[in-house]
Design a protein around this ligand. Structure first.
Ligand code: PBG
Length: 326
């Protein structure tokens, strides 16, 4: 006797049927490219632990932003790598600091055709590498830090950022930033809250990308990977404070969190496929252990399937190219 084919099996019979019945698909408009700009570079510099990703010079960043527009990407998330750091991260507030200048340059290059996002965090700017300023005991001073974030967000909005993205996991950061933006007349400046951000080992390559000075870890402010329920509380707090969009980070090891957040969030949900996720797939592919393109597409699709509306991924330009010419 032979079994009749099941309904799902019949729908897999040809590529056209599979394409027609796919529940999720990717599009360039929902992809956000994270990009690094390093002060003083005359051309792009490779990041060894992230093959294919560079620290940009001013010119190469402008080209990358223009290319992102051509590819139909949704946005670009900018991270600055300053030449000089200090204890309080002064470079973050300087209108001519590396990140603020990069935002201005990208805005003049692409205008409103691409959503320009700025990282609102001090870790790239402090000489100790923590996401905030330190108190007398060497701990991160939450309240002093959020006041600096507020000024940083206003400086980035003045430079032309459409979206401010606080990634430091300080308490109260969203409310303080929202108020500062409104008080400065930036009523349309949007806040993308890194709401559920975990203290992850997979940030490793990013530390090279931003030349991080951190000794130790961020476990007193970023979430414990052991916790699931807590993510909902973090998201609720950020929503109460006025977050326009919320993010789960990292993505692949936190798809359960992403699904939980997607189920309850009334605002768009972003997920950040981080440096270590990128590096793992690139390394395995370079060894011939996995099919690179299929692994990249599958990984980003899994993030969408779990519920992300927006995906930050270093593969955004390449993926968009594949989507334009399958
Ligand atoms: C902090 C920040 C980090 C990343 C984005 N913003 C590093 C950290 O929290 O340690 C990591 C992104 C990545 O790994 O791709 N400003």
């Amino acid at each position: 006797m032979s079994f009749p084919h099941s309904r799902p099996r019949r729908l897999r019979a040809t590529p056209a049927l599979r394409r027609l019945t796919a529940e999720f698909r990717l599009s360039p408009a929902e992809l956000i490219l994270p990009a690094f700009i390093r002060e003083g570079l005359s051309g792009p510099a490779p990041i060894s632990s992230m093959p294919g990703v560079v620290q940009h010079s001013t010119d190469s960043l402008k080209r990358a932003a223009a290319e992102a527009v051509e590819l139909g990407l949704g946005g670009i998330m900018l991270f600055g790598v300053p030449a000089v750091r200090d204890a309080v991260g002064s470079g973050a507030l300087d209108p001519d600091g590396v990140l603020n200048k990069a935002i201005r340059d990208v805005r003049s290059e692409v205008g409103d055709e691409l959503v320009i996002m700025g990282d609102v965090c001090l870790d790239e700017f402090t000489d100790h590498g923590h996401c905030g300023v330190l108190d007398a005991n060497g701990g991160v001073d939450n309240d002093a830090t959020v006041q600096i974030y507020a000024q940083m967000a206003v400086a980035q909005a003045e430079a032309g950022a459409h979206v401010l993205a606080p990634s430091g996991m300080m308490d109260g950061q969203i409310g303080v930033i929202r108020k500062a933006l409104d008080d400065s007349g930036f009523h349309n400046a949007t806040v993308l809250a890194y709401a559920a951000k975990y203290a992850s080992a997979f940030y490793g390559p990013f530390r090279e990308a931003v030349d991080s000075q951190l000794v130790g870890d961020r476990r007193t402010y970023q979430m414990d990977p052991a916790n699931r329920r807590e993510a909902l509380l973090e998201v609720e707090l950020d929503l109460e404070e006025g977050a326009d969009m919320v993010m789960v980070k990292p993505a692949m090891s936190y798809l359960d969190i992403l699904a939980d957040v997607a189920a309850m969030s009334p605002v768009p949900v972003a997920a950040y496929q981080i440096s270590g996720e990128y590096a793992m797939i690139e390394a395995a592919a370079a060894n011939g252990w996995i099919d690179r393109r299929r692994a990249i597409e599958e990984s980003v699709l899994s993030i969408k399937r779990a519920g992300a509306n927006l995906v930050l991924t270093y593969w955004a330009p390449e993926l968009a190219g594949w989507l334009q010419n399958p």
